[in-house]
Each structure stands twice: as structure tokens, then as C-alpha cells.
Write a protein that binds this ligand. Structure first.
Ligand code: NAD
Length: 436
């Protein structure tokens, strides 16, 4: 049993804290957001993540997890201090390090015993050294020993608990092998491969991994656009490619592009880092550009199919950047809705979990509805933006009766084109050359 403090109770911090507590450690989660902490004391989750509530509740009942806004209380007995605060995009695409800096300064000002600081936030290469300097500058008692370990997080929103508990690998980077060994012990129950590196390499592994996944998606979207022109089917193309063990089937689903709290900011940050060090990351810049174009292409398709969009009613199903999360950060649906409103279309929208977050960021003109059928009622067109399970088997007889028009634009290729065409719909997917 170890004593762990986690700074930040967002997707990464809360999941990390809850999972380590579930494994039998004593965890204190700290956040500067008092409302979050108050809610957590009443088992109100600040985010939607399948399975999280149950784990937090169990650990809280067992007194293995607690929540606070108070740094001295959080750090009192901490052996390991995990940093999991946000690193959003700054003005020029760089990672905004203000939250990490504040957290590190508060740790340095407060802690009065030896500790290991473990960075889980995604941070620019060289941050580990900077954090070390910052602590050395501020810490009052020079006899306090500390080490820094970079431990990038690879969990996915929507399956965060399972990803944490069954990781493909854990990466630990440090100048102090003994510190790495101690953190490795925390992960020992997960029985996964653990890779030991230096700090900069660990920091780079995170950026390189996200950039590669984003590249795969932009790649298949580019192929999808060619498929549409040449009359090929990108779903089968991806299948044919994915069966090649050198390529693999994952992250080859053509659609309306990637979004979320990580890929957009991390690819931009990597571009920024590369430029800062005097290299031109041409591939990464193209990956970003293709992703932006993919959103605009949806509007072009609507214009080609419906003509002038002024006054046209479009029903949007799904708003979150992917299913099983309520995260709206950089969601493709948000840009597409803004573009469609800009063309004069009227939008009705529904998402199973992200309505509250969507209301905060989308224009007031969006008419939020309570289910899929209310969204299609009177619509000239239906647009599927997020592939939630509950949309996979809609009652299309009912949809057909409720819609005014018959156009379905399936932004995630989840429906059967032939079946829908047989029912009288005009079906358009992404990269389906024979159904364009
Ligand atoms: N969300 C993901 O899927 C994911 C996956 C892997 C890595 N990451 C990385 O992990 C980091 C955290 O991401 P997230 O999505 O969990 O962020 P988040 O925005 O959901 O949560 C961050 C939390 O940190 C708190 N915070 C900010 N400053 C603080 C401070 N000084 N002291 C204490 N708390 C503070 C905020 O109030 C917030 O609750 C980022 O660097 C991100 O890139 C995220």
C-alpha cells in the first residue's frame, strides 16, 4: 500500500486516483475546482466515464480515496505526487503550461518530506528538467530529496478505466532508476510491459503516439476522398489494408475526422516543438490540414445534395467527439454545426451524454432535443456525427415517416447503405464511391 496524491481530477487524474485506490493504495485527489471536490464527496462525478462512479464509490466507502482543495492536506503524507492537470493549446499551438507550473510551485512551497513527482500530463519535451529546476528554486528545505518521473498516460476517454487497468504498456522516464522502479511497483498488479527510458524520450513517446494515431485517421480520410472520386469503397479498402499485420485494422475508420481533448492539441504542440527546434514537420501539418478539410467537406456535401442551405432543417445525431464520452472539446460536430448555421440551415441536435457541454459551446440557435426521433422530426436531412450505440439500430420506418426530406449523411459509416436506399432514403457516407 502506497500513499499517492493526484493533482487534478479530470479524465486522467480522477481515473488514475480511483484505479490506484481500487488496487489498495491510499489516494488523495486534489483539485482547485471546489465544486468538483464538493461533488466528489457526494459521489457526483465531474465527468462521464463508464464504470468510474462505481470504483470511486467503492474506494471512498473503503476510505482508500479522499478529495480536497487543500495542498498541505493533500501532500501531508504523500510518497508519490502525480500531476494530471490540463495542458491545453496556447495561442500558437504550443502547450499552455500555466496549470502545470502553478501545481509544481504549490507542491514545492508545501511539501516537507522526500517525494517522487510523477508527470502524467502531456507536456513538451524538456518539461521534466524544467520541473526539477522549478522545485529546486522554491523548496525551502534543501535536505528534501525528490525525483522526477515522466509517466505519460495513454487511456482513452470512454474506456478509461479498462485502459488504465489493462494498458498495452506503461512508460516510465527518469534520470533516477530507483524512482522508476518504485513507480513500476505501483503498476505491478497490472502485469503489463513496462518501458524504462530517459525523461525526454518518455515525453516524446506520448506526442509521437498521438500524432501517429491522428495520422492514421487523416490518411484513411484522404483515401476516402479519393475513393469517392474513383468509385471505390473505403470500408473494404480499410479492411483489406488492416488484415496486413504490418498495418493493422485500428484507427482506419473513415469519417468526419478526429477531435477531442488530446489529438488536436498534441499534434499542434508537436508541430510547435519541431519548429522551435528548427525542423519542418510537413507530414504533421498535412495531417492537421486534412482533418480541418474533412469538416468542411461535410458542408460541401450538404450543399451539393440540398442546394442552398438557407432555411433547410438538418437533424444532427451525436455531438461528443466520440461515443461513450461527454467531452465536446474540439468535436468535429461543433465546427460542422457552426458552418451549417453560417449557411443559414436550422439545426436540431441530440447527444446521449454531451448535451450540457454542447449547450455551453454551441451557438444559441441550435435547438437541442431529447432523442433521435425528435431530432429528425420535420428534417430535410439527417446527419450522424457521433457513432453512439443507440443510433446504430434506429427505427428507420419511424425516421422516414418523421422526416420531411429523405437525405441521410452518415458521417461515421455506421448504417447499411443498401438497406436504407431500399427504404427510400438517399444515403451518403464517407468514402463510399458507389453511394456518393
Ligand atoms: N483526456 C484524455 O483522454 C487524456 C489522455 C491522455 C493524456 N491526457 C493528458 O492528461 C492531462 C490532463 O487531461 P484531462 O483530460 O484529465 O484534463 P481535464 O481538463 O479533464 O482536468 C484537469 C483538471 O486539473 C485541474 N487543475 C488545473 N490546475 C490545477 C492546479 N494548479 N492544481 C490542482 N488542480 C488543477 C482542473 O480544475 C481540472 O479538474 C493533459 O495534459 C492531457 O493532455 C489526457
Amino acid at each position: 500500500m502506497s500513499k499517492i496524491t493526484v493533482i487534478g481530477t479530470g479524465y486522467v487524474g480522477l481515473v488514475t486516483g480511483a484505479c490506484f485506490a481500487d488496487l489498495g493504495n491510499t489516494v488523495i485527489c486534489l483539485d482547485i475546482d471546489a465544486e468538483r471536490i464538493e461533488g466528489l464527496h457526494k459521489n457526483v462525478m465531474p465527468i462521464y466515464e463508464p464504470g468510474l462512479e462505481e470504483i470511486v464509490e467503492r474506494a471512498y466507502r473503503g476510505k482508500r480515496i479522499d478529495f480536497t482543495t487543500d495542498y498541505p492536506q493533500a501532500l501531508k503524507e504523500a510518497e508519490y505526487v502525480f500531476i494530471a492537470v490540463g495542458t491545453p493549446s496556447g495561442e500558437n499551438g504550443e502547450a499552455d503550461m500555466q496549470y502545470v507550473e502553478k501545481a509544481v510551485k504549490q507542491i514545492a512551497d508545501t511539501i516537507d518530506h522526500d517525494f517522487i513527482i510523477v508527470d502524467k500530463s502531456t507536456v513538451p519535451i524538456g518539461t521534466g528538467d524544467w520541473v526539477g529546476d522549478l522545485i529546486r528554486e522554491r523548496i525551502k528545505d534543501d535536505s528534501i530529496q525528490f525525483s522526477i518521473v515522466s509517466n505519460p498516460e495513454f487511456l482513452r476517454e470512454g474506456s478509461a478505466i479498462s485502459d488504465f487497468m489493462h494498458p498495452d504498456r506503461v512508460v516510465l522516464g527518469s534520470t533516477n532508476p530507483a524512482a522508476c522502479e518504485k513507480i513500476a511497483e505501483l503498476y505491478a498488479p497490472l502485469r503489463c510491459p513496462i518501458l524504462f527510458t530517459d525523461i525526454r524520450t518518455a515525453e516524446m513517446i506520448k506526442y509521437a503516439s498521438n500524432a501517429f494515431l491522428a495520422t492514421k485517421i487523416s490518411f484513411i480520410n484522404e483515401i476516402a476522398n479519393v475513393c469517392e472520386r474513383v468509385g471505390a469503397n473505403v470500408i473494404d479498402v480499410a479492411k483489406g489494408m488492416g488484415l496486413d499485420s504490418r498495418i493493422g485494422p485500428k484507427f482506419l475508420n473513415a469519417g468526419i475526422g478526429w477531435g477531442g481533448s488530446c489529438f488536436p492539441k498534441d499534434v499542434k504542440a508537436l508541430v510547435h516543438i519541431a519548429q522551435q527546434y528548427g525542423t519542418q514537420p510537413q507530414l504533421l501539418q498535412a495531417v492537421i490540414e486534412i482533418n480541418q478539410q474533412q469538416r468542411k467537406r461535410v458542408v460541401d456535401k450538404f450543399k451539393a445534395l440540398l442546394g442552398d442551405l438557407k432555411g433547410k432543417q438538418i437533424g444532427v445525431l451525436g455531438l461528443a467527439f466520440k461515443p461513450d464520452t461527454d467531452d465536446m472539446r474540439e468535436s468535429p460536430s461543433a465546427d460542422i454545426i457552426r458552418f451549417l448555421l453560417g449557411e443559414g440551415a436550422n439545426i436540431k441536435a441530440y447527444d446521449p451524454e454531451a448535451m450540457e457541454q454542447a449547450r455551453e459551446i454551441l451557438p444559441a440557435a441550435v435547438d437541442f432535443r431529447e432523442n433521435a426521433y425528435q431530432v429528425v422530426d420535420g428534417a430535410d436531412a439527417l446527419f450522424l456525427a457521433t457513432e453512439w450505440n443507440e443510433f446504430k439500430q434506429l427505427d428507420f420506418d419511424q425516421v422516414g415517416k418523421l422526416m420531411k426530406g429523405n437525405l441521410i449523411l452518415d458521417g461515421r459509416n455506421i448504417w447499411d447503405p443498401d438497406a436504407l436506399i431500399k427504404m427510400g432514403f438517399k444515403y451518403v457516407g464517407i468514402g463510399l464511391g458507389q453511394h456518393k
